[in-house]
Design a protein around this ligand. Structure first.
Ligand code: ADP
Ligand code: ZN
Length: 748
């Protein structure tokens, strides 16, 4: 019997076997989507493999084949299987990452019941009603007015969309109805061509003359592409060194070799300029994948890629799964960015997996950053990646001068707010006077990060999470940044009943207000998650570019790759915030943020200046960022990690457990730790089992959180221990959720 092993979108690790009905036989191939009966439902799955074997008892036949041509090409399918194994993730959920939205016909075949794709109606092509003239002839005087005009027009052009006729004749619809009754025209619904992928056509640009450093970088990458050698490059270029131009030329070279490319960027909404540059170079041959697309648009993009009509895909981490044909190049821009790690569902790291996918396809990976991650640095040091440097800015502007302001010694400026020191205040004044722009970076959104009862000292905390609530002035409410809690500040303290609260600290909302009050002539704008999602980010950045904003206040959103030539001053309001997080990567993260935000200054003709406020200028990450000394930072941080046995000089995984009941969560975590310890002992104790311990944020959304950290020098013993934990997961109490996070990034 012919059997198909099918990945179904259910949280069960393995594939399911189905009989392949004779009628489908040869048409079913690996990578094709099929509809399978499952329990009382029908699900869309993907065929992983076909084999001849004795069918298992109770095996059911496949209900239907969805694709003629497999939705997932063979190299992508193999990659997805590797990924699932590596992350201990259910294959069905992994495969789903690579699938397009399902079409209407498939949705109908699934029936109306809820599917694991959500209750879906499916994507259907848009239809347009056309009118065509018949060979019938009207009697004399039979038609008057618009009907006569419409008929004459349709006869002249042969066929026309009704919508177009309506643009010209107001009662075209009624006229068409009348003409149809008379048998003079017929109507037909035709599938509309998919809408043009972009609302506006791209303005094409000509490549810059590459600088010598860019030329050398391009030559190295192109040589690997020509030899079809799978190689990884770490492109370490200072901010403004023109990394994008290197990507563009490498992609052009790949296309000449008839190879496709994928470009991953941290957050596509924050990089409209970058996308514009790709479109300017390659026109509509670029598929831009972002979360703002409708299902129909996503379906259309996917179809164009899969059919080979487009060979460059650009998008956030999920673009890693784009069905690009003959993949030759994967670029990961700002490879150090933590957003490449997916923190829910399948917890994959798009940067690490980019290397795998390119490797499988015999392609080249380019990891680009001004501040490489320690992981990529270690790849380069161990010879698994080749470092290429762009040491200077492309238009030879100097890197901005960075001044450290010691908040312990320097007085507040005229605003009276300690957060705006006198030197920062004066620098803003000077910049505004010179009619240049300012960016102020503060990594706290909201108005006041905490609220406290002045009578008993009790902080206002979330009822469901163990975190302080943030006061948001815009909505005049307190919000939890971990769950959706958002409510007016209570009239009285929950503990002592007094009605006296004090707002503590400064968030971006307050900073914006302070700036507007201190510099009444200046136009102030804010960029953070509260004001900006998707298209709104673009609008705010466009206003900054058009010089309609003098001071831009924002969270880490302002540190991204923006190329704003008139920004000459960058102020970092509190450099210490990122350093106080309980995470071994806090120093790395703080360093990257500081260097990246500093890199926004002085990208045009006028030199840039950066003011970093800190309570301790001696901290390594701060002091080295002030000198733009990336190499020294990497060297020291790597030494620290080696000494403490942290990644990338060890392998780690986090087992997370949560439950509504604290004891139940703790108990389950103890169970899994025991399993891990036993498995490790069986391997001579090669794996350190740290925990169980309460998570730094002990409770989120009313669930108590515990965890065990696993660490080993080498990967194989770690994998074996994780496999034991994975096998033990189904034995936990019902309400307990346990997840495995391989190479964890977020530790809170
Ligand atoms: P990075 O991504 O390395 O920070 P960008 O790619 O944004 O740098 O380039 C910085 C600026 O330099 C951009 O305005 C870009 O147009 C310009 N640029 C890049 N390469 C060249 C070049 N070879 N000659 C002149 N200008 C260049
Ligand atoms: Zn909460």
């Amino acid at each position: 019997m012919l059997l198909a092993d099918v990945a179904l979108p259910v949280p069960i690790g393995h594939a399911f076997s189905y009989l392949v009905p004779e009628a489908l036989g040869a048409a079913v191939r690996a990578g094709a989507r099929v509809i399978c009966p499952f329990g009382g439902r029908r699900l869309v799955g993907v065929v992983l493999a076909l084999r001849d074997a004795e069918p298992p008892r109770g095996a059911k036949p496949l209900a239907r084949l969805v694709d003629g041509e497999p939705a997932v090409p063979p190299d992508l399918l193999a990659f997805l299987q590797d990924l699932a194994t590596y992350y201990f993730a259910p294959i069905g959920e992994v495969v789903r990452l690579a699938l397009p939205p399902i079409d209407r016909g498939t949705a109908d075949a699934l029936g109306q019941g809820p599917t694991l794709f959500g209750r879906t109606r499916g994507v259907s092509p848009r239809h347009v009603r056309w009118v065509m003239a018949t060979s019938a002839v009207e009697g004399p005087g039979a038609l008057r007015g618009q009907a006569a005009a419409v008929l004459a027009h349709v006869r002249a052009v042969g066929a026309a969309p009704v919508a177009l006729l309506e643009g010209q004749w107001k009662s075209a619809r009624a006229a068409v109805k009348r003409l149809t009754q008379l048998g003079l025209v017929t109507v037909e619904d035709r599938v509309a061509p998919s809408p043009p992928p972009f609302a506006s056509p791209a303005t094409r640009d000509a490549p810059h003359d590459a600088t010598p450093a860019q030329s050398a970088a391009i030559a190295t990458i192109v040589a690997a592409l020509r030899e079809a050698r799978s190689a990884t490059f770490l492109l370490q270029g200072v901010t403004g060194s023109g990394k994008t131009e290197v990507y563009l030329r490498a992609i052009a070279a790949a296309r000449e070799l008839r190879r496709g490319a994928i470009v991953l960027v941290p957050e596509i909404a924050l990089t409209p300029q970058l996308v514009a540059r790709f479109r300017a170079r390659f026109g509509d041959d670029v598929a831009v994948l972002h979360s703002g697309l409708t299902s129909r648009e996503r379906h259309a993009m996917w179809t164009r890629l899969r059919a080979g009509g487009v060979d460059v895909a650009i998008g956030a981490r999920s673009a890693l799964f784009a069905p690009v044909e003959r993949l030759g190049l994967v670029v990961v821009d700002e490879e150090h960015d933590p957003s490449f790690k997916q923190e829910e569902g399948v917890r994959y790291h798009a940067r690490d997996m980019a290397i795998w996918r390119a490797h499988r396809a015999g392609g080249v990976t380019v990891l680009g950053s001004a501040t490489p991650s320690l992981e990529s640095e270690q790849l380069a040091r161990s010879g698994r990646a080749t470092k290429i440097r762009l040491p200077d800015r492309a238009r030879s502007q100097p890197l901005p001068r960075v001044e450290l302001v010691d908040l312990r010694r320097i007085a507040p400026g005229p605003t009276g707010d300690r957060r705006i020191s006198l030197p920062l205040f004066r620098a803003i004044e000077e910049t505004l006077r010179a009619r240049e722009q300012v960016i102020l970076f503060l990594n706290r959104r909201g108005f006041a990060p905490s609220v406290r009862c002045t009578s008993c000292g009790q902080p206002v905390v979330c009822a469901a999470c163990s975190v302080a609530l943030t006061f948001h002035k815009g909505t005049s409410s307190v919000r939890c940044h971990y769950c959706d809690y958002d409510a007016p500040l209570g009239a009285a303290c929950s503990k002592c009943g007094e009605a006296a609260f004090e707002l503590e600290g400064t968030g971006t909302e307050k900073l914006e207000e302070t700036m507007a009050a201190a510099f009444p002539e200046a136009r102030v704008a804010r960029l953070d998650r509260d004001v900006a999602a998707g298209k709104k980010v673009e609008a705010i950045l466009a206003r900054v570019r058009k010089r309609e904003v003098d001071i831009l206040v924002g969270t880490q959103m302002v540190t991204k790759g923006h190329d704003l030539p008139d920004v000459t001053l960058v102020g970092v309001v509190n450099a210490d915030a990122a350093l106080s997080i309980p995470d071994f990567r806090a120093g790395e993260r703080a360093f990257q943020l500081l260097v990246q935000v500093a890199g926004r200054a002085g990208r045009g003709d006028a030199p840039g200046r950066v003011i970093v406020q800190t309570w301790d200028p001696a901290q390594e990450a701060v002091a080295l960022a002030a000198r733009h000394d990336v190499d020294a930072f990497l060297e020291r941080e790597l030494a620290n990690r080696r000494e403490l046995g942290y990644p990338p000089l060890s392998r780690s995984a986090l087992v997370r457990v949560d439950a509504a009941d604290e004891q139940e969560a703790r108990h389950a975590c103890e169970q899994l730790s025991r399993v891990a310890r036993e498995a490790s002992a069986a391997r001579g104790g090669q794996v350190d089992v740290l925990g169980p311990a309460a998570a730094p944020i002990a409770r989120i959304r009313s669930r108590w959180r515990f965890r065990v950290m696993l660490r080993a020098r080498e990967r194989p013993p770690l994998r074996e221990t994780l496999a034991a934990v994975d096998r033990a997961r189904p034995n936990l109490a019902r309400d307990v959720r346990a997840s495995i996070d391989v190479d964890p990034v977020q530790l809170l």
